[in-house]
Design a protein around this ligand. Sequence first.
Ligand SMILES: NC(=O)c1ccc[n+]([C@@H]2O[C@H](COP(=O)([O-])OP(=O)(O)OC[C@H]3O[C@@H](n4cnc5c(N)ncnc54)[C@H](O)[C@@H]3O)[C@@H](O)[C@H]2O)c1
Length: 254
Amino acid sequence: MKLQGKTAIITGAAKGIGAATARLFAFEGARLLLLDKDEANGAAVAASIAERGGKAVFRRCDVGCEADVRAALDTVVDVYGDLDIVVNNAGWQLNKSLLETTAEEFNAVLNTNLTSMFLFTKGAAELFIARKKGGAIVNVCSTFAVVGSPGYAAYHASKGGVASFTRAAAISLMPHNIRVNAVGPGTTDTPGLHDGARDTGDEDQGMKSFLALQPLGRFGKPEEIASVIAFLAGDEAGFVTGALWMADGGYTIV
Ligand SMILES: NC(=O)c1ccc[n+]([C@@H]2O[C@H](COP(=O)([O-])OP(=O)(O)OC[C@H]3O[C@@H](n4cnc5c(N)ncnc54)[C@H](O)[C@@H]3O)[C@@H](O)[C@H]2O)c1
């Protein structure tokens, strides 16, 4: 069990990549605080892990809200007395071009997708430093951090920020033995992807148009992103920091 004895926070754990990451981390022996604003699905993921003998507690958290992030960090200490890993996964995609996006919408995307990562990274780093045992942070980024497209202006900005913030945080936190890395998922078959397809006006047609762009001829599976997150979070990646590891079926190399 590669994460035995580790305590981890996973955000956006109610569905998709976050839920797959929660299941894998539990299988690998980690104790989990699962966070999401979707209480019903988040509690169900924690319950299904507990039924299989894993350790998972769910709390509602809006990751862009500083008070919620502070409460989550207090909870992990109250429940487990420890913290080793944070997976900053929660995010959403606004399907709007630059000219269609309002300033309010732009800020809302940045708040959930980027400010949240600052809040959790800073808060967790303070805990790691106080406990003098280092730590690992994995930020879920995107291929859209490094390629452009006509839609999704705010999303591109947020994920570009995640990539850059990951490098800056890795350098800032090196002296404290805290590693900060990012994973860049390609198009992955999650509820969020189906939401994006629905936003095009026709879910089936939207999914087909996304599929046509995939070099491997298929979407990624949430479990295929979770396995990269688990690697970056674990001790096997002890010499890896500041990396943006693409898990995109070749999307960014063709
Ligand atoms: N699926 C893809 O194709 C894809 C590709 C690249 C990157 N990503 C990234 O992967 C991450 C997970 O995406 P997914 O596809 O699994 O999405 P999803 O929509 O299936 O799941 C995202 C989860 O995050 C939660 N969430 C959203 N906003 C939140 C907030 N403010 N506070 C707390 N929880 C919140 C949602 O409730 C949901 O449970 C996101 O950061 C996304 O940008 C996904």
